[in-house]
Design a protein around this ligand. Sequence first.
Ligand code: 9MR
Length: 688
Amino acid sequence: MKALKRLGARRAAVLPLLAVAALVTPAAATAAPDAHDAVRASTLGAQAAQSGRYFGAAVAAGRLGDGVYTGILDREFNAVTPENEMKWDTTERSRGSFNFGPGDQIVNHAVAHGQRVRGHTLVWHSQLPGWVSSIQDANTLRSVMNNHITTVANHYKGRVYAWDVVNEAFADNGSGQHRPSVFQNLLGDGFIEQAFRTARSADPAAKLCYNDYSIEDWNSAKTQGVYRMVRDFKSRGVPIDCVGFQSHFGAGGPPGNFQTTLSNFAALGVDVQLTELDIAQAPAAAYTNTVRACMNVARCTGITVWGIRDSDSWRSGENPLLFDRNGNKKAAYRSALTALGGTPTTQRATATTTATATARKSAAPATRSAAALPSSFSWSSSGPLIAPKPDSTHDIAGIKDPTVVYYNGKYHVFASTARAAGYNLVYLNFSDWSQAGSATHHYLDRTAVGAGYRAAPQVFYNAPQRLWYLVYQTGNASYSTNPDISNPNGWSAPRNFYSSMPDIIRRNIGNGYWVDMWVICDSANCYLFSSDDNGHLYRSQTTVGQFPNGFTNTVIAAQDSKYNLFEASNVYKVQGTNQYLLIVEAVGSDGRRYFRSWTSGSLAGSWSPLAASESNPFARANKVSFPSGAWTKDVSHGEMIRAGYDQTLTIPNCRLQYLYQGLNPNASGDYNSLPWRLGLLTQTNSTC
Ligand code: 9MR
């Protein structure tokens, strides 16, 4: 990111030559920018994410060893619900003795793959151990229930985004009343409220949901009963955030008034979700109608199917899911993806014929998607999506060096703010790229991060520590931590990774600058990369356990001439492969910024060129189409849209997206005052 006086001079010198080319901006004024089109995705989770929603699946811990199963899970879904592993008969089979093993297996998998977890379920009359159902006095049951909720919610705090606090408490008999159960019988109607209040105290950050089946038809007595309860809770301040509609449908799909039901509940001030979707025989039209009902309701924030392949379903005889027994996509899959706004690929669409299924076994979707990255790349760019928002005390000229994670239904972006006086940091979040431009900018110099030189941020969640880290440069390599990424005031004051610049950097930096610190961890170690604007990429190492302390063994990880290996390096794990990707910003022969790329089998290994030259770059303006106008010739410092958000920095293995800084080609002058803007590249040559 560095302000480079010498480069500024160099760019000024080439600008007159570029002026003619810069004017050849095809139809810039007439093409309507459409961020949505630019980011249309080809998997369920990625597409749902474009509208700030999630697409999840019920997961069984016992199937996590099945590669086809996890291949689909990690490619398609960005949320999971443990199918049975968090139920009372597993978590507290005997009183006071808790077993989180199977639930942890699923949560660990989800955290490692950037999937959010819906906790299912804290209080349910079914799958309840005999010792609970045979309790006979209210006081004992109340304390047992409260202790169960508190202990389970505490264990998963920070890792479960929403809980089905109470499941299926209403009767099917047309009364609109609660069903009989040990909870209802001993504690009365108030047990649901009690459960929600206890859950809120145990994990104040988790969303608390009521979950039930056969409440999709607005006219049914059961739906009305649940509606009255939610209305009552909201009016009395009983903590409830969401209602889960299980959506176990017959072949006819959802009732015609399902969307009405969803909007009526949403209007009470709760989010709604489809939590256990499956449809007998999976008719494509029934899936379309179901997904559309959710998409048409702003507060319908996610859909979870109750299993992955038909053979994984609790009603497997009815083939109700999106993938067949071989893991092939069914017609229902394509309906669901299309209804989400995505584009099913032709290649995948052919993968469903049973005649070819056997022959395809070795090339099942999961296997194919785990292919290594290609060796050349082409892209399509959005227009500028994020521009500075100066206020009375922040006269910002450029917004730069973005880092981004998608977490809890939102993109969280941190970036450098640049002005003649120097650099600091800004934070914004939004649920959809089309809203990026209208997001509020929170200036971090007003927080404990502090004023002065802070730039080039990198954000990630340290899952073992359950803590967010913001890494940035201050002259040293610095970081702040925060338990809640969405709270800009939660960041700690800066601390340094090193006591001073490591010797090897001091010896090699020449006239450069020490910039662009980047942390990535594998299962054993964390690595801190940095650049010196002088042709060197450095790498230090510590253990995952010691992080953020103990960075030593600083070495030169890669070197080239100054402008060929300049700055802004990103290092990522490629999802589903044993490949790591390194990209480093270079300065082209035209003075414009572009990226080169390398891969390695290990973070401490040596890097082999992937698309690493000016003629075959990883990302350079001449390999980018600009449907809404060629607004930049620089493809400069940015961040990949990751598949997850934790310290492993995992990115998808296809249809990459890169948030980058670009610049009006006619701009010139002081480097710090250049009008950098942020745009989004989407890979156009991926095979998925
Ligand atoms: O899919 C679950 C199945 O494996 C269990 O045997 C069953 C036991 O009751 O529960 C199934 O999941 C249920 C969910 O937890 C609550 N809503 C109804 C689901 C289907 O029965």
